[in-house]
Design a protein around this ligand. Structure first.
Ligand SMILES: Nc1ncnc2c1ncn2[C@@H]1O[C@H](COP(=O)(O)OP(=O)(O)OP(=O)(O)O)[C@@H](O)[C@H]1O
Length: 318
């Protein structure tokens, strides 16, 4: 449903007299099958919004090829536009206009006749459960209500592919769950949903596949399970009081344990990737004791998507 090869975009900007180039997306290869929720993850500035905006025809790629919903991005951007919905980070509602009016107006913008536009608005209000507030101006809505209207607006013309940029950012957990419910419902209707999010646990639970982007390129791709299986074994978090204890502990443990990887997160302590966490802990305690280091906490964790990111890039996404 979405295929890209070598997609690229750079921005030119000026700082005083100096012209600088930011390579926002640097040769992106992606393949998203129909009817999937595809999560697009990455740290701030990784190139997620730029990718989304290219695929939604809002900015032109500098190079590479892409087809979206069967239309060629470069040769037939109007065809792509007809077949997709796009919901930007801030959404697109007008404060003084009601949700119902927005929905009718949006349908009309897509060339849908008046009577049909009203019917579609009615159906969207029922499907997205907007009835309670649809006739009030949008400025009176809660964050979650506004997001649901934004998504309803994005799909009023029944697109094959929906692009969502951070649909749940800033929402409370209940509203986030409600938005994801809607996203799953749309997948159930056969829609392909391409979604960026910072919430790794949500992406893990709700996306069929995940692409992790860093510095403008894909660094990991697969189902959440496949990605986490890459990090076979467990993660042991060792809390330390700081000072030279982190270096001392890392040095001692490297010699004694079968460690796949050792990370020293910015908030202190150690993050150890081991084959069998439960079996490693007694040996770990003995080694730390021998080195004269007293841990404040020891925690055993299953790998998360953040561990995948950390293992691939050496940095944390969370
Ligand atoms: N109009 C622009 N002019 C110059 N540089 C830009 C422009 N838009 C984005 N960039 C830069 O391109 C890079 C990628 O930005 P982009 O917005 O695609 O990242 P992102 O992954 O969506 O980040 P975030 O999670 O913070 O939204 C960043 O370094 C950003 O500063």
């Amino acid at each position: 449903m979405i295929e890209t090869t070598g997609l690229r975009k750079s921005y030119q900007s000026r700082k005083g007299r100096q012209a600088t180039t930011v390579d926002a997306v640097t040769g992106l290869d992606l393949s998203v099958a129909a009817g999937q929720i595809y999560g697009f993850l990455g740290p701030n500035g990784a190139g997620k919004t730029t990718t989304l905006r290219m695929l939604a025809t809002l900015i032109r790629p500098d190079g590479g090829e892409a087809t979206v919903a069967g239309a060629d991005l470069r040769r037939d951007p109007a065809g792509v536009r007809r077949r997709i919905g796009y919901v930007a980070q801030g959404g697109g509602t007008t404060d003084t206009v009601s949700g119902r009016e927005e929905l009718v107006h949006q349908a009309r913008l897509h060339g849908i006749g008046k009577a049909e536009a009203r019917q579609r608005a009615e159906r969207a209000i029922a499907a997205f459960e907007l009835g309670e507030f649809a006739d009030r101006p949008c400025q009176t809505y809660s964050g979650g209500q506004r997001r649901r209207v934004d998504i309803a607006l994005g799909v009023i013309h029944s697109p094959g592919v929906l692009f969502l940029d951070e649909p749940t950012v800033g929402l409370d957990p209940a509203s986030r769950a409600h938005v994801w419910e809607e996203i799953r419902r749309l997948r159930g209707e056969g829609m392909t949903v391409f979604v960026t999010t910072h919430y790794l646990d949500e992406a893990d639970a709700l996306c069929d596949r995940i692409g992790i982007i860093d510095h403008g390129g894909i660094v990991a791709e697969g189902t959440p399970e496949e990605l986490k299986q890459e990090i076979s074994g467990d993660v042991v978090l060792v809390g330390l009081t700081g000072g030279d204890s982190v270096e001392k502990a890392a040095g001692a443990l490297r010699g004694e344990l079968d460690l796949r990887q050792v990370e020293t997160p910015e908030d202190g302590g150690l993050r150890l990737y081991v084959r069998d966490g439960a079996a490693a802990i007694p040996q770990l305690l003995r080694t730390l004791d021998g080195a004269g280091v007293v841990p404040t906490t020891i925690q055993l964790q299953r790998p998360s998507l953040d561990d995948v990111f950390l293992a691939r890039t050496g940095r944390s996404l969370a």
